[in-house]
Design a protein around this ligand. Structure first.
Ligand code: GLU
Length: 443
C-alpha cells in the first residue's frame, strides 16, 4: 500500500528547522513509496490561527521544494468533526463535564498533595440529571471528554519501536471546549481516517497523544495508522537551537542565502545511521530513506555543519541550480563554473562578476613587466588555453617564472591577491580590459 502522510502545522507562527525536518521526512516517506504528501493546516484555533502564517508556511515549504499533493484546512471541516463527536456521544465515549478550570486545578493539587497522579477522576460521569440541570441553569457550558478504555494501548513506533501506554494513567482528554470549539485531538484523528493516512510522522512531543488517538481511531471504527515519533532537535551541544541559524524561523534562515538542498541534506540524515552528504535532489534523499536507519538519540542541529554543507553544495552546483539565487543579470554558465570553487558564500560571486565585467583600477607592482606582458597578449578567440600560451610567451620573453611571473599578472588583471584560476577568468575579462589593466588603466 503506498503511504499517505500529512504534515500538520498550526498556522499560529513561523516554521523553524525542527518543523522543516518533520515536513521533509513526511515528504521523503511518501516519495520513497510512491505515495501522497498532504499539507494539513490545523487551524481550528480561530483566534491564534492567522492567514499570514499559513501563507508563510506554504512559502517556506515551497522554498524547501516540499510540494504537497493535497492541501486541507481543518477550519473547513468542522461539520465532519461534529458528526464524529455525535457518534462518540451516542456510543457513550464522549461525556459532558462542568468543572471550571479553578475547580480542576484545586482537585489536581489535592491529588498531588496525596501523592496521587493528577489524573481526571471522572466525577462528571457520576453527575445526576438534576446536577446537570442545575449547572445548565447556572449558565455553565459543558466541555466534553473522551472516555478512555482502561487498558494497555500498544503500537510499534517506526522510530521508538514497541511502545505502550496504559489508559488508566491518562486523563480522559477534553475533545471539545466549553465554547464548542474542537481541540486538536479529535479533528486530527477524523482527518487521518477520512484522508486514508497510513503514517503519522511527527515530533516526540506528541507521544502522549498517541494512546488516546489510537483509542479514538478504534472508537470511530477505523484501524489506526503507523506512528513515527521523531526525537526533537537540539543545538550542537545539546542546548536550545543556535541563534545564528537554528532557533530562528526558516524565513530568517532563507534570508542568509543558504541553499534549500543543503538544509534538506542535513535534516534528512540527522539522527540516522547514514553519513551526512550533499544531495542535489529530494529524489536522491527519498531513495535513501528508511525507518530502520532512525535512532532514538537526540539529533543535534549544528549551524556550522549546515554552512559547510552549503559551501560544498555551492562548489559542485550546476548553473541551473543557482541561477535564480545568484541574481546576477547576464551571468552565464562559463562565469559560474569559473568562480564557484572559490566562493565561501554565494554573494561573493557578485564581486567576481564585477571584476570580470565592470571597471576596475588595477594594482601594478612592476609597470615595465606588465606593459611587456600586455604586448604579448594573443589575438583571436580566447579560451581556457589562452592563459597557458600567453604566460609561456611572457616567461620566454622576460625570463620570469613562478610567483614572480604570475603574481603581478593576477594583481593587474583582477586587483586581488587570490581568486579563481586565471585560465578561466581571462576569457571572461576579455582582451580589451585585460590589455588596458596591464597598462595600468582603469578598465
Ligand atoms: N498541529 C499539530 C502540531 O502542530 C499536529 C500534530 C500531528 O502531526 O499530529 O503539532
Amino acid at each position: 500500500m503506498s503511504p499517505v502522510v500529512r504534515f500538520a502545522p498550526s498556522p499560529t507562527g513561523l516554521l523553524h528547522v525542527g518543523n522543516a525536518r518533520v515536513a521533509l521526512l513526511n515528504l521523503l516517506c511518501a516519495r520513497a513509496g510512491g505515495g501522497t504528501f498532504i499539507l494539513r493546516l490545523d487551524d481550528t484555533d480561530l483566534e491564534r490561527s492567522k492567514a499570514e502564517f499559513a501563507e508563510a508556511i506554504e512559502d517556506d515549504l515551497r522554498w524547501l521544494g516540499l510540494d504537497w499533493d493535497r492541501l486541507e484546512r481543518q477550519s473547513a471541516r468542522l461539520d465532519r468533526y461534529a458528526v464524529a463527536a455525535e457518534r462518540l456521544k451516542a456510543s457513550g465515549r464522549l461525556y459532558p463535564c462542568y468543572e471550571t478550570p479553578d475547580e480542576l486545578d484545586l482537585r489536581r493539587k489535592v491529588q498531588l498533595g496525596r501523592g496521587l497522579p493528577p489524573v481526571y477522576d471522572r466525577a462528571a460521569l457520576k453527575l445526576s440529571a438534576d446536577d446537570i440541570a442545575r449547572y445548565e441553569a447556572e449558565g455553565r457550558k459543558p466541555h466534553w471528554r473522551f472516555k478512555l478504555e482502561h487498558q494497555d494501548v500498544r503500537w510499534d513506533d517506526c522510530v521508538r519501536g514497541a511502545s505502550h501506554y496504559h489508559g488508566a494513567n491518562l486523563s480522559d482528554p477534553v475533545l471539545i471546549r466549553g465554547d464548542g470549539s474542537f481541540l486538536y485531538t479529535l479533528p486530527s484523528v477524523v482527518d487521518d481516517i477520512e484522508f486514508g493516512v497510513t503514517h503519522v510522522i511527527r515530533g516526540e512531543d506528541h507521544v502522549t497523544n498517541t494512546a488516546p488517538q489510537i483509542q479514538l481511531f478504534q472508537a470511530l471504527g477505523a484501524t489506526p495508522p503507523a506512528f513515527a515519533h521523531l526525537p526533537l532537535l537540539t543545538g550542537a551541544s545539546g542546548e536550545g537551537l543556535s541563534k545564528r541559524l537554528g532557533s530562528g524561523s526558516l524565513k530568517d534562515l532563507r534570508a542568509t542565502g543558504i541553499h534549500p538542498m543543503a538544509l534538506n541534506s542535513l535534516l534528512a540524515k540527522l539522527g540516522t545511521s547514514d553519513a551526512i552528504e550533499i544531495r542535489h535532489t529530494l529524489d536522491e534523499l527519498a531513495a535513501e530513506f528508511a525507518w530502520d536507519k532512525f535512532g532514538r538519540g537526540t539529533p543535534k542541529f549544528d549551524a556550522a555543519e549546515l554552512e559547510r554543507l552549503d559551501a560544498r553544495l555551492m562548489h559542485t552546483a550546476s548553473f541551473a541550480e543557482v541561477r535564480e539565487r545568484l541574481g546576477i543579470a547576464g551571468a552565464d554558465e562559463e562565469f559560474w563554473l569559473a568562480v564557484r570553487g572559490n566562493l565561501n558564500h554565494l554573494a561573493e560571486a557578485e564581486q567576481w562578476w564585477a571584476i570580470c565585467r565592470q571597471q576596475l583600477t588595477p594594482v601594478i607592482e612592476d609597470a615595465g613587466f606588465t606593459t611587456a606582458a600586455a604586448g604579448l597578449l594573443p589575438g583571436g578567440a580566447w579560451d581556457h588555453a589562452t592563459w597557458g600560451a600567453w604566460t609561456e610567451a611572457v616567461k620566454q620573453a622576460t625570463g620570469r617564472k613562478g610567483k614572480a611571473l604570475f603574481h603581478p599578472l593576477r594583481l593587474a588583471l583582477t586587483g586581488r591577491e587570490n581568486g579563481p584560476e586565471l585560465k578561466t577568468l581571462l576569457p571572461l575579462i576579455g582582451p580589451d580590459r585585460a590589455r588596458a589593466r596591464l597598462m595600468g588603466e582603469t578598465a
